[in-house]
Design a protein around this ligand. Sequence first.
Ligand code: PNW
Length: 539
Amino acid sequence: MDTTKKLPADFMWGFATASFQIEGSTDADGRGPSIWDDFSRTPGKTADGRNGDVATDSYNRYKEDIALLVKYGVKSYRFSISWSRIIPLGGRDDPVNAAGVKWYSDLIDELLKNGITPFVTLYHWDLPQGLHDRYLGWLNKDEIVKDYVRYARVCFAAWGDRVKHWLTMNEPWCISILGYSRGVFAPGRCSDRERSALGDSSTEPYIAGHSVILASASAVQAYRTEFKPTQGGQIGITLNGDWAMPYDDAPENVAAAQHALDFAIGWFADPIYLGYYPPYMREVLGDRLPDFTAEEWAVVKGSSDFYGMNTYTTNLCKAGGRDEVQGNVEYTFTRPDGTELGTQAQCAWLQDYPDGFRALLKYLYGRYKLPIYCTENGFAVKDESAIAAANVEDALADGDRVHYYQGTTRALVQSVHEDGVDIRAYFPWSLLDNFEWADGYVTRFGVTYVDYETQERRPKESGKFLAKWFAENLESGEKPAPKPPRPTAAQPVKPVSAAKVNGSAKHGSATKPARPVSLKARMASWIRSSKLFVGDGKA
Ligand code: PNW
């Protein structure tokens, strides 16, 4: 590959997090309960028996977290809003909690003050418990769509003057399958009566997914008609989905790979971007897959301004599997010759395979034809918590995660320059080690190590690698500074301020304050002065 090729100057990068995974303070300032509060407190629901009550304590430490983002030199930060901080009971007639609105407002202001563009997810799985108790949340389409749209309107009205990048939902597949089919995520419903007293895995995930699609689309419609004309931002959804590769050349396995994509990605992407459910899903599920009315389809089709992509790995696909959720496709990481696709992560579902990341980008751009924002991508080093317990320095030297990001950053450049994919953003998951849902705190995805006893944050090698890579691999886009006159002994010349040279930052909104100092200058001075980045910052 041509190593002189870079990403465009206005390429956005930053780290991603989610409210329930980092905030803690589940009772603070009038926040109402979410479905993850009690679920994570129920014995047996998380791997280490720990819950989200404290997490990384980011509700109290958000300024420290933003200072960390500044040190990494990010342009943007993706975080999510806790619905029950804003509307504690969740519903369209329930009161708005001013303290919750203010907390996010302060967070947004602190980001903008530091030249960081907020990228806001409205729903990252922490449904208000009140809505589950009232009408079973996502299982009641008519109620949840109205309540969600009202919540979204409150958010647009509160922060839309400053927020120009909105994501309606994070990963509908995880909401539906992990919450209503496998029962491993809140609300934990499934057909397996050993796991849950309630639920029907054969129907509920498809009902929940259907509601999520319409709720997202309805919020987008509200934004486009009521807010976008004055606020001028972008809005879309983000879907998870991993690349699917045929196990071998057998035609049934080639077909299986497409079936896997239909069930994992097409389920949501085809309705939203193309206006229909994948025919293969209809064939497998029949009437268990709901349908929309013509009126609803008109709202759903085209209800995302971009393709929001969360992706982690690649699966080899074999026909003849029995897992309906995977489109009756069997997944494996082991090739026919017995070798593994890549390095195994802590999570069973994740191996490192950057060529798959590139192939997925090409597939999504070819099929859906919209600019892509990669809003999550990351790796959990196997046994990282155990390694840290023995010697934390060894956990900070997270070579497998560095290798993962070396691969994906290379793939980004190839994707832009060799494949012609219009990819505009990259948000590694995650800024911090955090509450990894059913895995509790054992699995760590952070580029920053968190000591959960003290809440001390320490950058890992992967965080340093990404900071350095993005400092060096974006086209400058800066006008060359006028050459200052040579300093004389009598009159030393002050360095020209980068902000003056560049004018206002190109990135982000019209209302965004100009970046005080250019990203490059900040990075350079930080690398020089930082205690965190000892040495030259090389990973
Ligand atoms: C995503 N899978 O979840 C979420 O958006 C994050 O909140 C989460 O921390 C991150 O990925 C890492 O897991 C996923 O089973 C959870 O394939 C499970 C799967 C994929 C994504």
